[in-house]
Design a protein around this ligand. Sequence first.
Ligand SMILES: *Cc1c(COP(=O)(O)O)cnc(C)c1O
Length: 482
Amino acid sequence: MDLTRLNKAYDPENFRKTGHELIDLLADYLAEIRDGNNIPANPWIPPTESLDYWKADLENARADSVSGLFRQILDRGVHLHHPRYMGHQISPAAPVAALAGMVNDLMNNGMGVYEMGVSGTAIEHLVIGIFARALGFDERAGGFLTSGGTLANLTALLTARSVKAAAPVWQNGGGPSYALMVSEEAHYCVDRAVRIMGWGEAGIIKIPVNDQFQMRTDQLPAHYEAARAKGLEVIAVVGSACSTSTGAFDDLEAIAGFCQSNHLWFHVDGAHGSALALSEKYRNRVAGLHLADSVVMDFHKMLMTPSVTTALIYKDGMNSFRTFSQQAQYLFDRTEEGEWYNLAKRTFECTKLMMGLKVYSILRTHGMAFFEDCVTRLCDLGQAFAGLILDSDDFDLAVKPECNIVCFRYKPGGAHAGLDALNERIRKQLLQDGTFYIVQTRLKGESWMRCTLSNPFTTPKEIGDLMEKIRLCAREISQIIS
Ligand SMILES: *Cc1c(COP(=O)(O)O)cnc(C)c1O
């Protein structure tokens, strides 16, 4: 067999050359994007146009070199490092963590078993320990990293079921009579997890929210009793810290108290906001977090880590071994202590890349204070944004922001019909224009614009410019209409 092709693909000198080109390209990109003056935050390209472009690229091998390909990817993508990026809740990756990602990808040490992830496993264990402590847990806590908040929430709820269900569900199957309680503002992945577990629609008991979009914890007892009267076995209450749409934090201490009194599992979906525990200034928003039986935290939302990197931390680390096994406790007690290093016993994934390296590389290079700086800065920006909205007669704030998520709308001349349509049109125009990237959401049946201040290099100037741009869009729209 002719090995020319294989040899060329793996040639170290080719890699060196392309790699250097790529690093130069990425460094120039970071420098260009940082002030971003003449560059859109999100150059909008409609789906079929994008598909046609890449079809043509493949057919014509238009990219003359590998770095030509990467250049096109950069030009045709969303720029999270751009100060006018205020869209979905994803971090502009810390450059050192992106380098860690490259090492990770080349080595491909899938760490399902310890032998395949000697360093990755130890690093993950250290990272989990450090962040568990930072969230307020004691040394009994334990957990692992997994692929995203969605999967982490499902995994935690499977653990909750194994620990709390009266019957051995893992062995015998069944379970349509189980249920959990969660705020109606929770991320949709909780609903999905319930249905995946086979509990059906009745298995998700949605607790209404107050005008701050927080769970009405005073309604927990009544919903709990009603569920039991219907024959449901309630397993858990899920607190949102914070909810995705508005960034509202549930009262975790109240939920913890209710769970304790009723022997329920207390899970916190802190995918976005549990990171606030790292900020001295904003820590009070997650008071009671350490009382949770399990907590999810996405490193890719507020902690500058490439996606997806998610921690699932248990107050009692031993429970993490019970997700995929409901065996009698005595079987664990003897072996567990030594089993922290075989991660696949506890994770959904079998093969899993060493995502801990991405967090660890930041921690080792910039220290824990870096994470605190980011969280504090992003929440400060949320406050600044709200201040600017409140100072403007033609804008309305949905709710006082508690972190870096801000929902607002343009409201010239006070309330009137057609505000939903106007705000939707403005947001669409912003998307097509690309100068700024923001998203939208529906709150209590109304359309609102939504920003997540994800980039610590955004300043109040960009926020003011966004508001000016929105006014301009509104004028253009009214000219088209009239
Ligand atoms: C983002 C988010 C999720 C989903 O996490 P992924 O990492 O995107 O899978 C779940 N819950 C909340 C509250 C979130 O903000």
